[in-house]
Design a protein around this ligand. Structure first.
Ligand code: HEC
Length: 191
């Protein structure tokens, strides 16, 4: 096969490609399809089980009830994603984010040697369980301008696990908030 032959074949392939594209465009103009506003068909089924979505926790569900059934062990593995940027052990170094030992109850933006964002410094106050919950659900939504470039933990039960675990990473674990003042099911052993 000489190079002229190859050229002819390549030309033919190219030409048919162009034809297909041209045809497609013309067809699109002539038969522009009418897209329905709601794709698909609504099929009403009597007695269908509830949508699983309906059972999902609403965004602002209080974390308190979930803390009672949370597991520090599950929290420890879930917190691996935090460890990409944070150390969680006592006197661990600051990485991309500040060391989180004792962060539950700690004054916000107070860890020595870490250069916090202006947004974090301006917020003030200290980290309660509820505030940590809101922050790790969606850092940017909770504190716009935060330097914590992390999408967040959407699942409430996973956040509860992480928070129970984080609370143990402390010289002074905080009493976890409980519903109706009942004693927490989670024992709080010294680390
Ligand atoms: C991509 C890196 C990254 C990941 C992943 C990450 N963080 Fe952070 N985090 C940061 C940075 C950076 C800051 C400092 C934020 C600022 O100054 O605005 C921060 C700040 C914080 C603070 C405030 C600490 C203080 O001293 O005020 C908490 C609490 C926190 N992160 C918890 C978590 C938890 C819990 C996870 C895991 C669920 C997590 N972070 C995952 C980077 C990260």
């Amino acid at each position: 096969m000489d190079s002229f032959e190859i050229n002819k074949i390549a030309g033919a392939v190219l030409f048919s490609g162009v034809c297909v594209i041209a045809l497609n465009l013309t067809a699109g103009v002539i038969f522009s399809p009418d897209k329905p506003e709601q794709p698909g068909y609504a099929i009403a089924v009597a007695g269908a089980p509830d949508e699983p979505k309906a059972a999902a926790a609403p965004a602002d569900q209080p974390i308190t009830a979930l803390l009672a059934t949370a597991s520090a062990e599950r929290g420890q593995s879930a917190a691996r994603k935090c460890e990409a940027c944070h150390t969680l052990d006592k006197s661990g170094a600051n990485k991309v984010g500040p060391n989180l030992w004792g962060v539950v109850g700690r004054t916000r933006a107070s860890h020595a040697g870490f250069n916090y964002s202006a947004a974090m410094k301006a917020k003030g106050g200290s980290w309660t369980i509820d505030e940590l919950n809101a922050f790790i659900q969606s850092p940017k939504a909770d504190i716009p301008g935060t330097a914590m470039a992390f999408a967040g933990v959407p699942k409430a039960s996973e956040r509860a696990d992480i928070l129970v675990f984080l609370n143990r990473q402390s010289d002074n674990p905080q009493p976890l908030p409980t519903t109706t003042g009942a004693a927490s099911a989670e024992p709080q052993p010294k680390q």
